[in-house]
Design a protein around this ligand. Structure first.
Ligand code: ZN
Length: 202
């Protein structure tokens, strides 16, 4: 049999509404499958709660993160801009467990500068999807590079993964660090070092 797996991401549809009744039915099934009684008092509202929670946690699937970068200022500023410690919560797509951490973003503008809060909005939108930390890091860097036509972009993400701390290898306190460097942040070691020094300063 040939595999008919569809590996593509769902097309971004801003009018998409999460199908909460479907999540409720599925959650009820999970409760039965683990040997619980979905009708007991403590669980009776759980499927509806989980449905509302998933709608919130995955709302980034129907939002275009590029939107936040399309309102920029035209400025002659051409030195590095860094925003660090942007907190985020995301969901590991392999286990559907949260990973929580901070993103540090730097870029060198080429005429286009965005409001600092917009960078946090980009992180928030990208995080609110079933994610991999590696992909999230790359996506944020690509968005900045493309939308702002930045000379260079650096993104470092540090996060702790529940799927590593609660189950499997159970390594509480371990951090996963990923980075993506574009343009001059990739080609110029001095630029990259300056960014990393400022971004990771404790
Ligand atoms: Zn995981």
């Amino acid at each position: 049999m040939t595999s008919e797996r569809d590996d593509s991401f769902p097309k971004l549809d801003e009018s998409f509404q999460v199908d909460k009744p479907r999540i409720e039915r599925a959650m009820r099934e999970i409760l039965i499958a683990i040997g619980e009684n979905p009708d007991r008092e403590g669980l009776v509202e759980t499927p509806a709660r989980v449905a509302r929670m998933y709608a919130e946690l995955f709302k980034g699937l129907s939002q275009d993160p590029a939107k936040h970068l399309q309102k920029f200022f035209t400025e002659k500023y051409d030195s590095m801009v860094i925003v660090r410690d942007i907190e985020f919560h995301s969901m590991c797509e392999h286990h559907f467990l949260p990973f929580i951490g901070k993103a540090h973003i730097g870029y060198i503008p080429q005429g286009r500068v965005v409001g600092l809060s917009k960078l946090a909005r980009v992180v928030e939108t990208v995080a609110r999807r079933p994610q991999l930390q590696e992909r999230m890091t790359e996506t944020i860097a690509d968005l900045l590079k493309d939308e702002l036509n930045a000379l260079g972009v650096g993104v470092v993400v540090e996060a702790t993964h529940s799927c590593m701390t609660l189950r499997g290898v159970k390594k509480p306190g371990s951090y996963c660090v990923t980075s993506a460097m574009k343009g001059t942040f990739r080609s110029n070691a001095k630029t990259r070092a300056e960014f990393l020094k400022l971004a990771l300063k404790k």
